[in-house]
Ligand binder design. Structure first.
Ligand code: 1GP
Length: 261
């Protein structure tokens, strides 16, 4: 991974000093979340020890809502906000960086490179830090795989995951994301994460269906450098169970840390 700006340096320093990063994903979809209690969610995630925030999703693009979400995060936390766009409308200059991502196992050139090409000149003009990310979607696929017309990688085929992740490395992507799908019933099997992490030299991010501290720790043990969680905390927000969020993140990070001790 190249150190291309402040956020990549921040992540690389975390990998070096702590061994991993924990990113909290917020889907700026007004049909999914309301801004009531949203700053309390961010504060709890921050105090629980998350390393930063990813903002993005596959559906409902409301630019004003996206900007409002970023403003709230930045008013509550000093940790970086990284865009995780599902389409062109997921880009905002208010963020600290963008995961400039390509779903390599999509079957549609629009999602692989054409949307990114349309957004790229503006991203460069703004000086928004771009961290290139190969995005690999696994079965059962979920909304992201459906929307970007992916052919999801079978969960029992580490060799296919290795093939795509190695292609990402040879293309000089900064990182590779193994995506199990937001809200997936189970995370990607640890043995797939381990096989990919062992074979490629670029940092591996894992997300989708990671709910328990043990599952998160298992991903770090398997060699992932970043664990992403979204649905679990969004559910607390929707149910108004704000008191549970901070301890839940803290328990997750403690479990991940115990692997590195
Ligand atoms: C989705 O991998 C992320 O892109 C997070 O997944 O919402 O299941 O935590 P969850």
């Amino acid at each position: 991974m190249k150190q291309s700006g402040k956020v990549s340096k921040y992540l690389l320093d975390l990998f070096e000093e702590v061994g991993f990063a924990h990113l909290s994903l917020v889907d700026p979809d007004p049909f999914k979340i309301s801004l009531e209690n949203f700053s309390a969610l961010i504060k709890a995630l921050d105090e629980g020890g998350t390393s930063g925030f990813m903002v993005g999703g596959s559906t409902a693009f409301d630019k004003e809502f996206l900007d409002a979400v970023i403003d709230i995060i930045k008013s509550v936390s000093e940790k970086p906000v990284i865009l995780f766009p599902g389409n062109i409308a997921g880009v905002s200059k208010k963020a600290d960086a963008i995961f400039f991502l390509s779903p390599l196992n999509s079957t549609n050139a629009y999602y692989i490179v054409r949307a990114q090409a349309i957004a790229a000149p503006l991203i460069k003009k703004w000086g928004l830090e771009a961290i290139s990310l190969a995005y690999l979607l696994f079965e059962p696929g979920g909304t992201a795989a459906y929307v970007c017309e992916a052919q999801p990688i079978p969960r029992n085929k580490p060799e296919i995951a290795i093939a795509f992740a190695t292609a990402a490395e040879l293309f000089r992507f900064d990182m590779v994301y193994l995506e199990g799908g937001s809200g997936a019933p189970e995370p990607i099997p640890a043995k797939v994460v381990a096989a990919v992490s062992k074979f490629v030299d670029i940092p591996v991010i894992v997300g989708g269906g990671i709910r328990t501290p043990e599952q998160a720790a298992m991903m770090i043990k398997a060699g992932a450098k970043v664990v992403v969680q979204g649905t679990k905390y969004e559910e607390y927000l929707v149910r108004g169970e704000m008191d549970k969020i901070k301890n839940s993140v803290k328990a997750t990070i403690d479990a991940m840390r115990s692997i590195k001790r």
